[in-house]
Design a protein around this ligand. Structure first.
Ligand code: GLU
Length: 465
């Protein structure tokens, strides 16, 4: 009896021992997808690998990672059998599946799933040039509306300054009594446009004050033109892009652009199970045209080749857009969902995994990992091509304003100096001469009266004769 009890005890001990050994090294299944799991030599790295190591530290388990044999996420066939990572967990070939594996009702019935570690939705990935519509006023996109208004105000202000300086400055208009003023307001407007189009529209200002204004305007025009042309060539930014395909309805309505999603994916299941007529049409089209892709990389490659819209999960599509600058993601995002860790149905580890994920999220660890693996290589390009706002050109506007003020001031000084010498010559007060000069230069119909007055003495002499 004692011997039997001894044997049973030894057997029980060994049973526990085997269980603990099996539990101590968990078999993890995952799938290759940038930036979640990527090969690095003989090892694997990426967001999911970092997450796994953090979770393993918290729950104190060892693990061994393998790639899912059939390269799928998990889809249930008509006989109720699962493939992909979900299938491996269901069949006990893996203890956990750590990957961008979407939490769905069907999967939740087959395996245990933790709280999501990342939120996402479904969207569309397209090549920029096939997704763009050419707008009628695309040529205005290099500058923002405020900048255009600023340029028009600067142009009108400069033309008015030209006209004023041309009247005030004696070097520009030395004989207001007899001469015509060549720099009238219409001519000033024409002259300023000439500079803006790099076409000299003479006559040019003769006075120093007028030339100062002229130089600041030319400089302003050159900088504005340089900014305009450099921004025009690269103004096809996602912000300024007018997508022809803005969402799923546009995609379903057309049959020029082919579209598809990952086979054996939750995205395909979303369209298959949906009652929404637009989504059903999309599903039927994908089934009919056999446009499903096997991997995310294949979807991105086909989208880059053109005339193909890849339907996938927005976090992954955003990464593709960040990596490949010729791609763009549609604004519409539908079917919000989350990525979870899958474990065997009923396993107590699910609760612990959820707690660990929540702790990592609350400590900011998940956000840190996301920023680490989602670093973009295309951000600089995006910043470069946005429409220029007035504050980007504020220096140039300030230089022009300075030039205009200086020019006006110089014109007044020129007139003051002439009035002073005339006052000395004619023994009149300086203020009187200055007022006379100003009224002479700013009276209405100066041309006619100047011409008339020029003619008057001649007529008188003829009468006398
Ligand atoms: N995360 C998806 C899944 O678990 C795969 C990607 C997709 O649906 O676009 O099935």
């Amino acid at each position: 009896m004692l011997f039997v009890f001894f044997l049973w005890s030894v057997g029980f001990f060994f049973k526990i021992g085997t269980c603990t050994a099996a539990q101590s090294e968990l078999r993890i299944t995952t799938i290759l997808q940038e930036p979640y799991t990527m090969p690095k030599g003989s090892q694997l790295e990426g967001f999911c690998m970092d997450l796994l190591s953090e979770v393993a530290k918290k729950l104190d388990f060892k693990y061994k990672v393998h790639l899912v044999k059939d390269g799928s996420y998990g889809r249930q066939d008509d006989n109720g059998r699962w493939n992909g990572m979900v299938g491996e967990v269901v069949r006990g070939e893996a203890d956990l599946a750590i990957a961008p594996l979407t939490l769905t009702a069907a999967r939740e019935k087959a395996v245990g799933m933790s709280k999501p570690f990342m939120q996402t939705g479904i969207s569309i990935l397209l090549r920029k040039d096939i997704s763009e519509g050419t707008g009628f006023f695309d040529f205005l996109t290099p500058f923002s509306a405020e900048t255009w208004i600023g340029i028009i105000i600067a142009y009108l202000g400069t033309a008015v300054c030209f006209a004023i300086v041309a009247r005030v400055s004696p070097s520009e208009w030395s004989q207001p009594q007899s001469e015509q003023n060549t720099f009238s307001l219409p001519h000033s407007l024409w002259y300023a446009v000439g500079a803006l189009t790099l076409q000299g529209a003479g006559p040019h200002p003769r006075a120093f004050s007028g030339r100062v204004i002229c130089c600041s305007w030319w400089l302003f025009a050159m900088v504005i033109l340089a900014c305009y042309f450099s921004n025009l060539s690269s103004s096809k930014s996602p912000e300024s892009t007018q997508l022809n395909v803005k969402g799923f309805e546009d995609l379903a309505k057309q049959d020029v652009i082919e579209y598809g999603c990952l086979s054996a994916s939750s995205t395909l299941a979303f369209f298959k199970n949906s009652d929404n007529p637009v989504y059903r049409r999309i599903f039927e089209h994908m089934e009919r045209s056999k446009s499903l892709v096997l991997t995310m990389d294949e979807g991105i490659r086909r989208a880059k080749e053109g005339n193909f819209a890849f339907i996938g999960e927005s976090v992954s599509l955003d990464l593709a857009v960040a990596r490949h600058c010729d791609l763009v993601r549609a604004h519409e995002v539908v079917g919000m969902r989350g990525y979870s860790i899958a474990a065997t149905l009923g396993s107590p580890i699910i609760k612990n995994l959820s707690v660990a994920i929540l702790q990592l999220s609350e400590a900011g660890e998940l956000a840190y990992l996301q920023s680490k693996w989602w670093a973009s290589s295309c951000l600089e390009d995006k910043a470069k091509v946005t429409a220029l706002h007035p504050h980007s050109l504020k220096g140039m506007f300030a230089v022009l304003a300075l030039g205009l003020t200086l020019g006006m001031l110089l014109a007044v000084l020129e007139l003051a100096s002439r009035s002073r010498s005339r006052a000395e010559e004619e023994k009149k007060s300086f203020c009187r001469v200055l007022t006379e000069e100003l009224s002479l230069r700013f009276r209405k119909n100066d041309n006619n009266s100047a011409t008339k007055r020029a003619q008057e003495p001649a007529e008188k002499e003829t009468e006398k004769a």
